[in-house]
Design a protein around this ligand. Structure first.
Ligand SMILES: N[C@@H](CCC(=O)N[C@@H](CS)C(=O)NCC(=O)O)C(=O)O
Length: 279
């Protein structure tokens, strides 16, 4: 049992002290959701094996009353299993399966492309002692090009990303959280992507009036503003240029997938439309 309600978290930070790893962000939220006080072990990319006494090369890691738990998903499952009387993170196994599918989609759609836009500030914002390691490993990760070269053309690539997030906007039009009426671990996994973005974004990634903003702001504000570290940057403020696509759907069509059938009146307009009758 967590002594004094306290769990130790090994953080992965940049020089400002903000967390950079999405996996650590999700774990910070998971611990807050469960109502624990967190003792942070600070640090960056290098020296993780030394900091953790050889227990891990990757973060997050937590220590609960002497018990080490590694890996962000395993930590969330551990917390639910060990503390079933506290608010549930995952609950039904389908939450994990669907959450992981959604997360894989978001990483492919957003984090991957955003990385190619922000890799230089990712390195520049990291701890001084991490610069060489981050440069070498991330250049290798991204095919051997220099970080400075990878980000070239980002002004043209960044505006292509917001329109691809319509799947999230559609869902959040109908639901307050991915957890329904209150946030669950899927919200934290998805929010972690935007928290990461805010830690590395040296120029904005999303338009000011993005409908996602409501959920993102509510998420960043949770638990006394857990996602509001002073070292983080604004992620909204991307300006549309003439040649850029519309960043989001302003008048999303209502149809069978999104509109609830509550009787003929609710489907009358669609029926008129698909039957080709004048409206
Ligand atoms: N499956 C692990 C992944 C953890 C992971 O890859 N963490 C990265 C940070 S995003 C890390 O520790 N990187 C250290 C490094 O790059 O040397 C989890 O969910 O916790």
């Amino acid at each position: 049992m967590a002594q004094d309600n306290k769990i130790t978290l090994y953080d992965l930070q940049v020089a400002s002290g903000a967390t950079i790893s999405p996996f650590v962000w999700a774990t910070k939220y998971a611990l807050a959701h469960k109502g624990f006080d967190v003792e942070i072990v600070p640090g960056g990319f290098t020296g993780i094996p030394e900091r953790t006494g050889g227990k891990s090369e990757r973060l997050p890691a937590i220590v609960d009353d002497g018990q080490w738990v590694l890996d962000s998903w395993l930590i969330a499952e551990y917390l639910d299993e060990k503390y079933p009387d506290r608010p549930t993170l995952i609950g039904d196994p389908s939450v994990k399966v669907c959450g992981q599918m959604l997360e894989q989609w978001l990483w492919a759609t957003a984090i991957g492309p955003w990385m190619t836009c922000y890799l230089k500030s990712y390195r520049d914002r990291s701890l001084e002692c991490d610069h060489a390691y981050v440069t070498e490993t991330r250049e290798r990760m991204f095919g051997g090009q220099k970080l400075e070269d990878i980000i070239i053309g980002r002004e043209d690539r960044l505006p292509q990303i917001p329109p691809k997030l319509e799947l999230m906007r559609g869902t959040l039009r109908e639901h307050q959280w991915f957890g329904g009426g209150s946030p669950n671990y899927v919200d934290y996994r998805m929010l972690a992507v935007f928290l990461f973005l805010s830690t590395v974004a040296d120029i904005p990634a999303l338009p000011d009036d993005d409908p996602l903003r409501d959920w993102i702001d509510r998420g960043f504000d949770l638990y006394g503003g857990l996602g509001r570290h002073p070292g983080m940057s604004p992620i909204f403020g991307l300006k549309k240029r003439e040649q850029d696509p519309e960043p989001f759907e302003r008048n999303p069509p209502e149809w069978g997938l999104t509109k609830r059938n509550t009787g003929p009146q609710s489907t009358a307009a669609e029926t008129t439309r698909i039957k080709g009758q004048a409206g």
